[in-house]
Design a protein around this ligand. Sequence first.
Ligand code: GTP
Length: 361
Amino acid sequence: MKAVILVGGLGTRLKPLTINTPKAMMPVLNTPFLEYVIRRLSRHHITEIVLAISHLAQPIEGYFGDGSRLGVSLSYAIEETALGTAGAVKNAEKYPGGAFLVLNGDIFTDLDLTAMMDFHRQRQSLATIAMTPVEDPTSYGLIETVTRGRIARFLEKPSWEQVTTNMINAGTYILEPEVLSSIPPQTNFSFEHDVFPPLLERGEPIYAFPSSCYWMDIGTPEKYRQLNQDLLSGKSNQYRLDPVTGVSIGEQGYCHPTAEITAPAVIGSHCSIGKNARLTGPLVIGTGGTIAEGAVVEDSIIWHQATIAAGASVRHSIIANDCRLGADSIVEGSVISDNVIVAEGYKMAIGSRIQPGTSIG
Ligand code: GTP
């Protein structure tokens, strides 16, 4: 079976992080998000993969190329303008052949794809949708099922009074090629609104495959941070930190003997951790980071090449590439995009969202 991964969304809710970096390339424990998705497909012997992209294609193509480094064969279906989830798959139509998988490229899950493929075949389903339970289903598409997982009803983003199930569309589909014939070419079309409900109305055999394994969509900064924390604490079977230390430090770095690192933490290669610096997990620091003397980093995700100068502190925040926080500056509960400079001694308002290239203070 081949797979199409949807990586063309604008990632509006993740701005300003997604202004320069497509959502699919956002680092999760210092590895681009999409790499986990591709590796998981490969583990299930799905090695012919199409990436459906509409913007910021270069960083993705530049990093993954033809996929050979990950042992898969990658093709790229590029949209001139975003075509929506179903329109994007239609645009990739020349690639699949036979039943194929579609994956939202912003979902991290341990879903058993092999079991889902078996489920799809056994039921002779036209479209099979993975579904997962969530605590608050009101911002998702709900799926009601009857016997053997046959879908009875979709309910898009209901109010709490309308909620009848906590099972939601988990963003992984197996589709027979006939489904593509209901999608007009070069037209913005979505599976959730324009494809699945009409199939259901026509009484077509569409099924939902339930799974309660680890599942997280990284649609917002909070969820993106949560994913990193969950992986650090071992909630997914796709990542394991050293069980003894709970800390991973990349090569060719320097850590002063008085620096204090509290697990769980992933620190990239070529990082320098200064005298009396205090790093309290869960945290991730990217390649080439400098955490200077007495600086504090706590419960934060810092991308590559950051400088946190002496005495500065970062808590509950996300800091993108190439940022510099001046000495004794304070950042808390904020999201800072690339190439931001924060002046010495500056105290940033809690909950700030800072655009790329800004100098503050
Ligand atoms: P927001 O703008 O914050 O809603 O994010 P998004 O644009 O990524 O939208 P959404 O979360 O609904 O998208 C779900 C998945 O479909 C993500 O993996 C997107 O990359 C992908 N996606 C959404 N729209 C398109 C599109 O028009 N083309 C392609 N190729 N992928 C899309």
